[in-house]
Design a binder for this molecule. Sequence first.
Ligand code: SF4
Ligand code: SF4
Length: 394
Amino acid sequence: MIYSDFQGMKLSRLGFGCMRFASDPETGEIDQEKVNKMFDLAIQAGVNYFDTAYPYLNGKSELAMAEALKKYPRESYYIADKFPGHSLPGPVDNIALFNRSLEKCNTDYFDFYLLHNITEWSIKIYESSEYHIIDDMIKMKEEGKIRHFGFSFHGGTKLLEDVLTRYEGVFEFVQIQCNYLDWTLQDAKKKYDIITKHGLGVWVMEPCRGGKLAKLSEANHAKLAQYPEASDASYAFRFLQGFENIKVVLSGMNEVEQVEDNLRTFEKYNPLTDEEKNTLFDIAEGMKAGVPCTACRYCCAGCPMGLDIPYLLECYNDYKYAVSITPGMRIDGLDEDKKPAACIQCGQCAHACPQGIKVPEILDELARMYADAPKWAVTAKSRGEAIRKDLNME
Ligand code: SF4
Ligand code: SF4
């Protein structure tokens, strides 16, 4: 196993993500035997980092992780958990919720603790004085119940820079979605640079983009035939090995074979050659389906509605790759008069755009996509109800 150094700790570069354990589709019961087997294999090969979150697998991930770890000495592994500020039904007793996670994880401290899923929308909750989440978590750190404090992030680069500047000295690491596709699609390169500039560690989630980079199309897979034979996923992981400040790469493993393959990839340091990297970037370009906005902002000054056009186009590109909740959450974070539907179709931006992007048409399409896409508010409602029940708030 290859390791990274973080504040004197030796963290396995491969972290075990606990959000995809196999479970019974009807009862939701997790296949604990399989989880135990996967953990045993990973631990024997040197994995020492396990990442869960309060809402994963309807609250069952924390329990399954704790069960699989209980035979190992507590000091032999690191646990990461997350505070679900983005799922709260309203202000709650944050400390009680935090303690509930400790209890479920069978521990009295978290080595790593994150604010879950900061976006332009959820930051308003995390920073709200009514919710006082950050203050409460700082208290938990002062009491030694959080050893290292960070956040997972799904917003844009501007918000990332703002948060790291506002909270200089508070956070120690940031978990971002990073892989060779999102390197440009979700600006992961810029995010990596921002976090590194602030002196924090980079943690990676979605290294294979929800499995899509682990199973390439036949045509894309054929482009790798000229290189040593290995799984598609191994190329995605080796891409990440090339960045020194990426301390932990989380893989949500749910099959024994997947664990074995990942362990082979992380057995030794073997970053991609430039040629291999360029092939992956070429594959990534072919997978994108959005518009080639370079965020030059030439279009913004003349917009009578003051829309943040490149921000909206980032959301559009994300939706075009795959419909998910994340771009919708980012649009939810905007005032009504800054959402795509506020565009009056004047056409100024299209004339200003050196890339020839037909912005008014794109924003019209984006407004429709946003209206039709799944809404975070719906997911958050059921999660909020589960939290109320868990905290006996009825
Ligand atoms: S078309 Fe829409 S986005 Fe473009 S300048 Fe006019 S109002 Fe702004
Ligand atoms: S001018 Fe074109 S490329 Fe530049 S930010 Fe606007 S839409 Fe993007």
